[in-house]
Design a protein around this ligand. Structure first.
Ligand SMILES: [Zn+2]
Length: 223
């Protein structure tokens, strides 16, 4: 815990003071461009892997980046999604799974959660993923099976989020784009689902100039 406390002190005494103007702008309100849904896994850092900073991503995290279908859960997920889309008007939703996801592995081996009744109950929201893997990927094993499951799992959540009324309305108007990503802990690579090709492919930096500008605009990322 000590390094966290010293981190807070360092942030306040150095970073915040140095970037005062930037933080003053944030006080006026938030206009994040994207809702970023990902796993609670400590190794996945949405701002780090997208090189974005405070104010840019509205983040929803839980064990296994699960988006329960509309009406299936009384958790905060639906409210967070509704607020992001209806109130903040985000234009993009990224659902980002990751390699070696513990939640997905537990889904494949439910006995791992035998002593965690709440985890077991939460993972019931991912039953569709479990079923798809059990019935359609009987040939796969080991790491390959986990990778397939992680990818299929993200696609199921893309389906689920479309059942949320606020999302459905914006999609119909063409005001919202959904992105299915998988982050690889081993390489830093991000795969993105290509509907045209029907598979996950390395994320195409279609607009590198825009990406570079975003980094430069963000004082938090300057060394
Ligand atoms: Zn995970």
């Amino acid at each position: 815990m000590d390094h966290l406390l010293s981190g807070v002190h360092q942030f306040q005494s150095q970073v915040f003071q140095r970037e005062r103007d930037f933080f003053d702008k944030l006080v006026a309100g938030q206009t994040p461009s994207a809702l970023f849904v990902t796993c609670s896994d400590s190794r996945v850092d949405p701002n780090l892997i997208t090189q974005s900073g405070p104010g840019e991503l509205f983040v929803l995290r839980n064990a296994g980046n699960i988006v329960p279908p509309h009406g299936a859960s009384n958790g905060g997920e639906a409210a967070t999604i509704e607020y992001a889309v209806a109130a903040l008007g985000v234009r993009d939703v990224v659902i980002c799974g990751h390699s070696g996801c513990g939640a997905v592995q537990t889904l494949l081996h439910p006995e791992k959660a035998a002593t965690m009744p709440l985890v077991s109950r939460w993972l019931q929201h991912a039953e569709t993923t479990r079923r798809i893997i059990a019935e359609n990927y009987t040939h796969a094993t080991g790491d390959e099976l986990v990778e397939i499951a992680v990818q299929e799992h993200v696609l199921v959540q893309i389906e689920n989020i479309q059942t949320h009324p606020a999302v459905a309305v914006k999609l119909q108007r063409g005001e919202l784009t959904l992105h299915a990503w998988v982050y690889h802990l081993e390489t830093g690579e991000v795969l993105s689902y290509s509907p045209e090709d029907g598979r996950f492919e390395p994320l195409n930096a279609a607009d590198p100039a825009a990406s570079a500008k975003r980094v430069m605009d963000n004082p938090m990322l300057r060394k």
